[in-house]
Design a protein around this ligand. Structure first.
Ligand SMILES: Cc1cc2nc3c(=O)[nH]c(=O)nc-3n(C[C@H](O)[C@H](O)[C@H](O)COP(=O)(O)OP(=O)(O)OC[C@H]3O[C@@H](n4cnc5c(N)ncnc54)[C@H](O)[C@@H]3O)c2cc1C
Length: 506
């Protein structure tokens, strides 16, 4: 008799939704987390009077009550919709290239079209055609692609998913170039590339077009209390269903027997047996450090060699002694770039040189309760690879961190000139901070790079160890919506396998 049906390693988004789904599906489940709070990236921390959101800028995938999308149903199934308050954001983003363009896109497809036509009247026809294409590629990738893949039926994709078949796997940049002449409109429509961690040339149009369309059609959301509130609610859903949780409890080893999982050993030395393990930790940590065998996973290791660690981030968390209005902030999400050339902006993520682009999220714009009255919380972020820190000597770390933070603040001051004078509390996170708190190699926040030729579409699930599953950014796409979905999807397939086995044994 095993101690648990399933053990989930890590209480990030994927771990939480996997654990809650497994337990609610009838499997006795234990959730083990090395940190002392749930959420992984989806957490908060307190400094002075401010509770800072670590990661979430805009939640995708909710949809409205009238037009619900994937996450609204997923959260309802896990019983947390009445425990968390979501705020629909009226704007997608404000994009500013100082001295060149300052444009705010509303969160609706019609509104986006109207605004873009005001700024780029010559591109009117192309704007309509492009948004229509985004819509069909998104719908076909959800409704046709999974069926065609399952049936291994190219003809089905060609006939029922012709937009996806023609454009889906092209580089996003190529499709933008095909539709538009004006470089500026491409920069404005492509501003979300940072959410995927790669420039348009490297992203598939399916990923970029669907991301943009999903935010515009199904709205971006803010969570009252930040993503920590969501993580807490998911943990409650798991515990209320009878799940067991241990914090400050890192898994040290996954123990196997005849190529099947048998148990985990915690850092404290406890051995806990189980039939199934879902790892929300990075795949590299899981297979290279946790697993007790190496001989059966050569193929997995080969697979790792062909991949590139994805980006991490450099973040300045700002507690500001002013309202958004006093600072001149008009939209919650802002992208400030010095050039429309996303490739040039991206290349800086591989250096500690002055950043050419950043995101600036001011949470109080859509949720005045996010900071004490008269104050605001903002997060200033640029993507950065963990590698750029590997040659910084430990003694130089603090100075290097503050020097880069000054450069990022200089960039923010091109749009919000008085920001430094309002800073009351500040905390800075580098890729090394992410590495320490998330236990991801290079502090990667989205898993591996997800370029158009190397997405989860082309990768099979690792099946070398019976009963070992991955759930989170490293087994598919990074980001909030994909990782919530990944946990549920893995858990449901485990439950289905279990039901099948039970029936076979009757
Ligand atoms: C600063 C920042 C900004 C971001 N902005 C956005 C955004 O705006 N939109 C968006 O969609 N995404 C954003 N992301 C990315 C998104 O947050 C992540 O891709 C996603 O949350 C990852 O979820 P995950 O399920 O893979 O697990 P993670 O969040 O990586 O959590 C993994 C968990 O496993 C635990 N763990 C690891 N090893 C062990 C072990 N041996 N034993 C026990 N526990 C272990 C870790 O402590 C952690 O809690 C951002 C991330 C960061 C850090």
């Amino acid at each position: 008799m095993k101690d648990f049906d399933a053990i989930v390693i890590g209480a990030g988004n994927g771990g939480l939704t996997a654990a809650a789904t497994l337990q609610r599906g009838g499997l006795k489940t234990l959730l083990l987390e090395r940190h002392n709070i749930p959420g992984g990236c989806a957490t908060s921390f307190v400094r002075g009077p401010y509770e800072f959101e670590v990661a979430l800028h805009q939640l995708s995938g909710m949809g409205t009550p009238d037009k619900p999308f994937i996450l609204r149903k997923l959260f309802a199934d896990l019983g947390i919709m009445d425990k968390v308050d979501f705020v629909e954001e009226p704007e997608l983003y404000r994009m500013i290239i100082p001295g060149i363009i300052d444009i705010t896109l509303p969160a609706s497809v019609v509104g986006v079209a109207r605004t873009l036509k005001q700024y780029f009247p010559k591109e009117s026809r192309a704007i309509d055609d492009f948004l229509e294409l985004c819509k069909f590629v998104t719908l076909e990738s959800i409704m046709v692609l999974p069926r065609a893949r399952k049936a291994v039926d190219k003809e089905m994709l060609r006939h029922q998913g012709k937009n996806f078949a023609k454009y889906g796997l092209k580089p996003a940049q190529q499709v933008f170039d095909e539709f538009f002449d004006d470089e500026m409109i491409k920069a404005v429509l492509g501003a979300y590339w940072g959410y995927l961690g790669l420039p348009l040339r490297e992203l598939s149009f399916a990923d970029m077009g669907a991301l943009f369309y999903a935010y515009a059609e199904f709205k971006p959301y803010h969570v009252i209390g930040g993503s920590q509130a969501l993580s807490n609610a998911l943990l409650d859903s798991f515990l209320e269903a009878g799940g067991e949780m241990r914090f400050n409890c890192a898994v040290d080893k996954i123990l196997t027997e005849s190529s099947a999982v048998r148990a985990v050993r915690t850092e404290q030395g406890d051995e806990i047996t189980c039939h199934t393990i879902v790892s929300n930790a990075s795949s590299l940590h899981t297979y290279n450090e946790l697993l007790d065998v190496s001989n059966r996973v050569e193929l997995v290791r080969e697979d790792f060699k062909s991949r590139r660690l994805g980006v991490s981030a450099f973040v300045i968390y700002l507690g500001l002694d002013c309202t958004p209005e006093q600072l001149g902030v008009t939209a919650a999400t802002n992208f400030i770039v010095l050039t429309p050339d996303d490739e040039a902006v991206f290349r800086r993520a591989e250096t500690l040189d002055e950043p050419l682009g950043c995101g600036f999220t001011c949470y109080n714009v859509d949720d005045p309760s996010f900071a004490p009255e008269g104050k605001s919380i903002a997060s200033l972020i640029c993507i950065q690879y963990g590698d750029v820190w590997k040659n910084v000597a430990p003694d130089d770390y603090v100075n290097t961190k503050y020097a880069f933070a000054e450069k990022l603040l200089d960039l923010a001051e091109t749009v919000f000139p008085n920001i430094r004078s309002y800073i009351e509390e500040v905390e800075i996170a580098t890729p090394l901070t992410m590495m320490r708190y998330l236990n991801t190699p290079g502090g990667a926040i989205y898993g591996f790079d997800q370029n158009r030729l190397d997405s989860s579409l082309f990768r099979e699930r690792y099946k070398e160890i019976d009963g070992l599953y991955l759930a989170g950014a490293w087994s598919g796409m990074g980001g909030f919506q994909p990782t919530y979905q990944a946990g549920v999807s893995v858990a449901n397939s485990i439950i289905r396998t279990q039901i099948y086995r039970d029936k076979a044994n009757v």
